[in-house]
Design a binder for this molecule. Structure first.
Ligand code: ATP
Length: 297
């Protein structure tokens, strides 16, 4: 399924979300090292990368859950870098966190009501969520802890939608779910996009990301290694960027202001807030799926 044919949803003009030179530390660890990206209205933009690449840190920083050391997050023309997460939510930046983070002792409907706490006006209501996930209405009084992983993920998406986001941040939707369930959940994306949303997602399943995204952005140890529309990226280039296997072959746009060339991977740990190098290069490829995992089938 292609939600957004490669590049077609990328529009010119003003980006809805503009992340510039973002540096984020977790203590001494430089988790993001100068990340820039622009997400345009209506597109599906995917962040890919191995475990620990910084994908969740990036999404959480955009949502306001981490404060960057330097760099800016601009949303709809306004600098939101220092805004609290709930203030960002009321402006339309809403995240489905990794691991769902539902209130397991609350019912489906109670969880959806939580999502509506900072809701903007818009097309998404609890009823609308029930129309999309048809099983949900009759199980609305069930505690979410009793649901399957896929059902919980659907509730987490519903909870985000009832806030009426303008940009929906999806962190690892596929984590821990069977492929058929992942397909079913991603199958909802066209309905979501049809209501005017923009989607920025993090996905370790590279094939899945390439299927749904208009552009992908690969991170490795906090740095951009590749950026571009899937149609411009060969499997070799994506693998090289994902695993840090030297320079990736040409083409595409690395997003690092280097004239469209892929960015060589950074050394692990790089410099901390004090400018010191806190770690050497990794001894092997980052953990994550092997090449066959990147390109199943
Ligand atoms: P995964 O796919 O495993 O979730 P990721 O690409 O999302 O990985 P992050 O979770 O952003 O990567 O982590 C980036 C780096 O920052 C990792 O080295 C991780 O151990 C570290 N890290 C993440 N969150 C914290 C935290 N709260 N405190 C300290 N270090 C953290």
């Amino acid at each position: 399924m292609t939600v957004a044919a490669n590049g077609q949803r990328r529009s010119g003009g003003t980006p809805l979300l503009d992340v510039a030179d973002l540096v984020v530390h977790h203590g001494q660890l430089r988790a993001l090292d100068g990340i820039s990206l622009r997400v345009f209205p209506g597109e599906v933009y995917a962040i890919i990368g191995a475990n620990g690449a910084g994908k969740s840190t990036l999404l959480r920083t955009i949502a306001g859950l981490h404060r960057p050391t330097t760099g800016t997050v601009t949303f709809d023309g306004a600098n939101v870098t220092t805004l609290r997460p709930e203030r960002r939510a009321t402006r339309g930046i809403v995240m489905v966190p990794e691991g769902r983070r539902l209130f397991g002792s609350l019912s489906v409907e109670e969880n959806l009501k939580v999502g509506a706490t900072y809701a903007r006006p818009g097309p998404w209501t609890i009823d609308r969520v029930y129309e999309m996930f048809t099983w949900m209405r009759e199980r609305r009084h069930q505690r979410t802890a009793q649901l399957s992983g896929g059902e919980q993920q659907s509730v987490a998406i519903g909870r985000a939608l009832v806030a009426n986001p303008r940009v929906l941040l999806l962190d690892e939707l596929s984590l821990g779910l069977a492929p058929v369930v992942v397909q079913r959940i991603y199958g909802m994306l066209p309905q979501i996009l049809a209501t005017g949303l923009t989607v920025l997602l993090v996905e370790q399943d590279v094939s899945q990301a390439l299927r749904v995204a208009s552009r992908v952005h690969c991170l490795l140890e906090g740095r951009t290694t590749l950026e571009g529309p899937p149609g411009d990226l060969t499997p070799d280039r994506v693998e090289a960027a994902y695993f840090g296997l030297g320079d990736t072959p040409g083409g595409g746009d690395a997003g690092g202001g280097n004239g469209g060339q892929p960015v060589p991977p950074a050394g692990h740990g790089s410099a901390g807030p004090d400018g010191a190098d806190h770690g050497g290069p990794p001894s092997g490829p980052p953990s994550g799926p092997g090449s066959e995992g990147l390109w199943p089938g």
